[in-house]
Design a protein around this ligand. Sequence first.
Ligand code: SF4
Ligand code: SF4
Length: 488
Amino acid sequence: MKTTDCTDPVIHIDPTLCTGCRRCAEVCPVDAIEGLPGEPQTVNADRCVICGQCVQICSVYASDWAGSSPQEGAARRLERIQERDMPADIREPLFAAYYSYNLNKVADMMTKPGQFRIVQCAPAIRVSLAEEFGMPFGTLTPGKMAAALRRLGFDRVYDTNFGADVTIMEEGTELIRRVTEGGPLPMFTSCCPAWVRFAEIEYPDLLDHLSSCKSPMQMLGALIKSYGAQLDEVEPANIYSVAIMPCTCKQFECDRPEMESDGYRDVDEVLTTRELAYWIKQRGIDFANLPDEEFDSPLGQYSGAGSIFGVTGGVMEAAIRTGYELLTNEKLPKLQLDFVRGEEGIRVAEVQVGKLQLKVAVVAGLQHAYQLLDRVQAGECDYHFIEVMGCPAGCISGGGQPKLMLEKHRIEAYRARKSSIYGHDAAHQVRKSHENPHIIKLYDEFLGEPLGHVSHHLLHTTFQQRGPGKQSRSSTISTKGDTGYSIH
Ligand code: SF4
Ligand code: SF4
């Protein structure tokens, strides 16, 4: 079994390429980029939350090395490719800010005999992967992605969206329990590993406010090697489980020592959207002309609620769709909850759920989290439930997504990906996690009940202090508020 080491730095800046423009420092939410203007920058790994936003924005790359002959230039490029653990034949420019690649490790493991190879894909990949093949921003391609993953050699193609549906069952139940049994409140979501790491470094005294739920990726990983192994009649030890994520922080999460059950790692390795795209190209797969294929059942069958986890506000919307019905025993009159949708750094609302006036907040981008957390620390924050996602528009804008050089392209792409995710949700017949028949079956056949003994063992986790407390800036930004919202 793989040993775990979540202390290796993931994000790097190549001092031979960095010009010290400090665009990376401007987007870093935790001031982890250090250095003088005009000089090479460094990443303070103790503070870095691995969101990858600096990698996304870096526009300095090696086209050639001044004064080098073509042979020397090629040798220097190869040296850097090896340092980054990228495939030797990679053609993309080498930018100064980069993250470590896992593709070589995964491609090697895929050739080992006797393994049952399983892959899962995050909600935000299906609206961005096609961009790497020249298609317009936000093109939705779940079917082509499933087909490509089978051609890369996976025996089962499952979906993190199913894990998102499970998360709603567990997190929604946890919220109801905290609201009715005395907290601690507010409860924060825990599905973004950059946010979790941020809380562990900057606000360790608030860790009991985080939901104990593992992220959808880790939940699905644990289910793949337990429930899934039983259904497929394979030994968990023979399963090689890979996750495709839009995120540079997910490998860190996957390597956390606590992310295992019964001696098996929940997930063995993580690849980003860009790594998957490169792998597809490297294998000569004609992505654009692949036929659409289905995800495998049951762990690849998801509701519309599971699919909106990829965008800021999505976890909150999915949780309210289920929480409302579980608390009131009434049908939610309207599924599209506009008050949590939007682009502001903080959005707040009060929602009438039966007799309860539920106060919720959504935070997009960690630089905006300080403000709310300071209020929670001071005992001045009376929200019940707060969603925090590390990246500015949620996972559709993750550090592992296709790299876009221009600000106007990033804005256009984030809007198109978001609209595509909401369209995908609207096209689903089942749009609430608790109505997904495969989720109902999972609880009937295997888990028993949300927060039950088996769930607790496989799907919940703990957090650990990683720093002395808040060291960096506070933010004061305007908040979009919608108080007294009533779902009728
Ligand atoms: S990965 Fe995120 S937290 Fe780390 S240095 Fe880059 S922008 Fe800052
Ligand atoms: S918002 Fe999504 S992509 Fe960004 S750090 Fe969090 S989980 Fe990763």
